[in-house]
Write a protein that binds this ligand. Sequence first.
Ligand SMILES: [Zn+2]
Length: 284
Amino acid sequence: MRVKSLSSDRVEVAEPPPARQNPSMTKQSKTRSRIGHFSPNPDLSGYENLVGTCRLCDTEIIVNRATDLRGTYPSSRVIFKCPNCGRGLRPGGDIANHPVDQFIYDAYEPMRKRRYMQAVLLTAQSLELALSMCVRQAILANLPTPNRLRKTSPILKVAVTLNATLDQLTLEPLRKVVANLAFKARPTTIQEALDAIAAFDKLRKKQPKDSEIAGLTDTDLQEAVGRLVGIPNFVKLRNKVVHEALRPTQSQAEWCMENIPKLTRALLRGFGIARGQLVMPPTA
Ligand SMILES: [Zn+2]
């Protein structure tokens, strides 16, 4: 969604002005080997893009991390080609938020423009990512890891099976699996992990009872599961937006913007996932 609006922006800001091509071209090719400075604007940059100014041609450009920066995140000091002047550029710095948070930050602009469908979808994307992280943590975190990971390492078989199973889970079953995993001991052997993944089929069909949630001794986890079982209407709303192009109201979108970040924070805390906010100081 954000990608769309940015790439359409790109046509306006990053298209090379035709006049620039002729007289300066020879001069440019002589200095082609010099790496120029690119200063990203943190207010305009996000999880997918770095937006800033090429200091060699003084043009604002939108750099796409997956396309131009080999998917790095943060992308400080990764050299790329300026789409306008074609010369090598190095970003002077980069501040990268955790994607769970970034999806929410990306929803502020559609909220301001009263585009509530986008806001609801971005909050759902943030939640689905957080839920997938919880599943991975619950299944993989306590498994023995070899000193050197090989293609034949058993833990990779677990990871592959887990990914294939996660691919089959839409938001509602994923929500129930995570809520139930909060009550399960974490697998410590490869076989236990594979059995735990096979059991998702049952977990996706039931929801923990209030009395069970009250019995959780870990208060962070209790808060997370409590919030998670309390959002069936959010899942319905998200599905209606996706499947029926429902237009949400302002108050529905505001509910998502307020409550989904609280839920994802509780989930990451409850499942013991390090926030890992990636911050690179500017290096100019
Ligand atoms: Zn340039």
